[in-house]
Write a protein that binds this ligand. Structure first.
Ligand code: CMC
Length: 389
């Protein structure tokens, strides 16, 4: 089959053709189905963008309403799932619990989806969007020891998220439009990013014709790592640490540059963006606005700005084209909205869900072959079998 080219991390290898997301890392351009991310973040809501990513076109008002209704209809999670949640210690990381619960959904929805049947496919999309949101919030409720909430039929998707997270029997959650608008924007900015690590994982697992829940569960696990979605939690922990140590950003910059120190400046750098990350620009502006509107004075925002300014002036970061990425400012907004730090990557997963679904669907519709990379063997040559004495 000819010589095999090894490309660790697939830095220069494409895995598929795709009509979903366009990204130009040199120019800092990101578009979903041809629409600029800036326009979508300003003018659309998260469900509209989800529909666009998954089905290829923006929904009409009637299609959007139907989509909301169908997601709501499929949002019920089997009661026996609660027993599974109870098996986890309260201290379990929500991402681990979310991956396990997503996988467990296969047990209660065992029928595999016929991707050639439009109705079945649509139903699978709605089920995934509905149930994933509910179980994502249950990971938090469990860690707090709170009763689990259900989807509220009178509220939209993003409003439901806050309600599922924070409503208590004695104290209904008071929704504010500042909060829902900020969340809509954040979820939209996270909704797809072409062949990133978790999306490639979803496509790879799905390429064996494993089901949608199983593929998404694998995506959650891939996203959890600190080099990928887990960076948003790591950024906030880093900023807090700098704050507690007197705000000495220079010290942390020096650590990040020191090749003998494993520390990296979290929220900085990207495989593809080499000039700036357009998502980070929008999120930085939103962080200023949201904190201002909510009247939150968080010293960590100042530390982040100081750190960013110093890194952008620094020769090490300049030479390597390292800029703040989507994870650098997002956690500051989440924190202002009352989302606990260990839920940040779950927030990323909720945002990325429509992208995972769209990419899984595209991969199956394009009838892509099973993902199966090659290797070059570097181990021992043939050895005679002898039991060690
Ligand atoms: N701090 C310090 N040095 C860095 C950083 C950083 N954050 N990022 C890259 N570098 C250096 C790296 O050491 C290497 O230096 P040299 O050429 O001297 O060996 C050079 O820059 C190129 O880095 P790389 O690791 O070869 O680049 P990559 O494309 O393999 O990795 C990355 C991309 C995002 C994993 C990396 O930049 C990183 O670890 N960043 C910190 C974690 C982070 O913020 N991740 C979120 C990414 S965006 C959202 C998402 O995907 O979820």
């Amino acid at each position: 089959t000819g010589a095999i080219t090894i490309d660790p991390g697939y830095k220069n290898s494409g895995s598929c053709t795709s009509g979903i997301t366009f990204l130009d890392g040199e120019l800092g351009i990101l578009r979903y189905r041809g629409y600029a991310i800036e326009d979508l973040a300003d003018n659309a809501n998260f469900l509209e963008v989800s529909y666009l990513l998954i089905f290829g076109e923006l929904p009409t008002a009637a299609q959007l309403q139907q989509f909301e209704t169908d997601i709501r209809k499929h949002s019920l999670v089997n009661e026996e799932m609660k027993g599974i949640i109870d098996g986890f210690p309260k201290t379990a990381h929500p991402m681990g619990v979310l991956a396990a619960l997503t996988s467990a959904l296969t047990a209660f929805n065992p029928k595999s989806v016929n991707v050639e049947n439009e109705k079945e496919l649509y139903q699978a999309v709605c089920k995934t969007m509905g149930k994933f949101l509910v179980i994502a919030t249950w990971t938090y409720r469990k860690s707090m020891g709170y009763p689990l909430n259900y989807y509220d039929n009178t509220k939209g998707y993003v409003e439901n998220f806050m309600n599922l997270m924070f409503a208590l029997p004695t104290e209904p959650y008071k929704l504010s439009s500042v909060v829902t608008e900020a969340l809509d924007k954040l979820f939209i900015l996270h909704a797809d990013h072409e062949q990133n690590c978790s999306t490639s994982t979803v496509r790879m697992v799905g390429s064996s014709h494993a089901g949608l829940f199983a593929s998404i569960s694998a995506g959650v696990s891939a996203l959890w790592g600190p080099l990928h979605g887990g960076a948003n939690q790591a950024v906030l922990e880093m900023l807090e640490e700098i704050h507690q140590n007197g705000g000495d950003t220079e010290k942390y910059l020096a650590k990040a540059k020191d090749k003998n120190d494993p520390f990296r400046l979290m929220g900085f750098g990207h495989r593809v963006y080499k000039n700036f990350d357009p998502r980070a620009k929008i999120i930085k502006k939103a962080a200023n606005e949201v904190l201002g509107t909510l009247g939150v004075d968080d010293p960590i925002l100042e530390i982040a700005k100081k750190l960013e300014a110093a890194a952008l002036e620094d020769e090490y970061f300049k030479a390597r084209n390292l800029y703040p990425n989507v994870d650098f400012y997002s956690g500051i907004i989440y924190r202002a909205l009352g989302i606990p730090t260990d839920m940040f990557t779950v927030m990323f997963a909720i945002g990325r869900l429509p992208g995972w679904i769209a990419q899984w669907k595209e991969m199956r519709e394009n009838k892509e072959p099973i993902g199966r990379p090659r290797q070059v063997y570097t181990g021992s040559p043939l050895r005679e079998f002898k039991k060690p004495v």
